[in-house]
Ligand binder design. Structure first.
Ligand SMILES: Cc1cc2nc3c(=O)[nH]c(=O)nc-3n(C[C@H](O)[C@H](O)[C@H](O)COP(=O)(O)O)c2cc1C
Length: 322
């Protein structure tokens, strides 16, 4: 057994963990530390029973938080190993990170540490520049390292996705339960969780391949902008479809996003396509019918800056330690 983590180390690891993306900034996680082991638990009180009934999105957020723990551990000099759902008696433990004894910063992973606080979801317009193919390959490699795949959509796929997006947006607008749940997390002033109105970005003047989380309830102060005509869209997918695959997808998502951030790229997501089963099956067909789509990512270079949501203090999601 390695030595227990110090208070300072725990603070560094969990400060990084809570910077992870989560649907509507729900931060659906809790953490426990046992000696040199960090557990990431799903916080059922902070999930979305309507919009994320299966828990897929919440598990992805937990997987991303676990990856951030590994990145911060690497910076501190700990090699680490991730185990997904390690304890059948406690299924709420989604991920367990075993830290090896402290030595020198771990090459590769530790370089991503600086990106943890720089990465944010960007819902504003993108520049029309394409992402170089070499960089696309690097991002695909990042996903593969965590057991997922990236499928970069071609123009015909993007056009099909655009049609699907319009259909799901109409469904969303008429789903009272979904809108009710959304408004308890999105819009207005928010200090430590949820997505405040100013992080929604400008509303698109014309149809755009971006998710407008305001769902039509715009504040009077929200600006408008012309968005890019044809953004780069990439689908992150896994070979399996179960809770383990969702956690793995979260780790892969975060490795892709931190790598993208290090090259000046920003991303936002079109999760409505995966929240409605028929649309998700169509996305699955679009990417070849074999893998399970877990995130639809709009990615590129930002044309402006947009404020981003805050987090609860890591201590608010820290249960105990021994
Ligand atoms: C599984 C998952 C699904 C998400 N879906 C969307 C989405 O459909 N649209 C969107 O704009 N943001 C989406 N987000 C991004 C969150 O809203 C964002 O991570 C959260 O508000 C925290 O903000 P930050 O990423 O800027 O730190 C999603 C994030 C996760 C992890």
């Amino acid at each position: 057994m390695n030595a227990a983590l110090t208070d300072d180390e725990i603070g560094i690891l969990l400060t990084a963990a809570v910077q992870a993306p989560s649907i509507h900034n729900t931060q659906p996680w809790r953490f426990e530390v046992h000696g040199p082991v960090v557990d990431v638990l799903l916080d059922e009180e902070r999930t979305l029973p309507v919009e994320d009934a299966s828990g897929r999105a919440a598990h992805i957020g937990a997987g991303a938080a676990a990856f951030n723990v590994q990145v911060a551990a690497a910076m501190l000099g700990h090699e680490s190993r991730l185990a997904i759902h390690p304890d059948p008696a406690r299924p709420e433990v989604t991920a367990r990170i075993f830290l090896a004894a402290r030595s020198t910063p771990v090459p590769g992973l530790s370089r991503l540490y600086g990106e943890v606080s720089r990465r944010h979801t960007y819902r504003g317009p993108l520049l029309e520049h394409r992402i170089p193919s070499q960089l696309q390959r690097r991002l695909s490699d990042a996903a593969r390292t965590e057991g997922a795949r990236l499928r970069w959509l071609d123009p015909a796929d993007r056009s099909e996705l655009g049609t699907l997006l319009k259909q799901t947006d109409v469904l969303e607008m008429h789903d009272e339960d979904r809108l009710h749940e959304r408004h308890s997390w999105v819009g207005g002033d928010r200090s430590s969780d949820g997505v405040p109105g100013n992080a929604l970005g400008p509303s698109p003047v014309r149809d755009a391949l971006v998710r407008d989380l305001s769902a039509g309830y715009d504040s009077a102060h929200r600006s408008q902008a012309v968005f890019e005509t044809d953004p780069t869209i990439v689908v992150l997918a896994t070979p399996e479809e179960d809770a383990d695959a969702w956690v793995r997808a979260g780790a892969a998502l975060q490795r892709v996003l931190l790598t993208a951030t290090s090259y000046g790229l920003v991303a936002s997501f079109l999760d409505q396509l995966l929240e409605h089963a028929p649309a998700r099956y169509q996305v699955r067909e679009l990417i070849g019918g074999e893998q399970w789509p877990q995130m639809v990512i709009r990615i590129g270079y930002p044309a402006q800056s947009v404020p981003h949501p805050s987090r609860r203090n890591w201590r608010d999601s820290f249960d105990q330690w021994f």
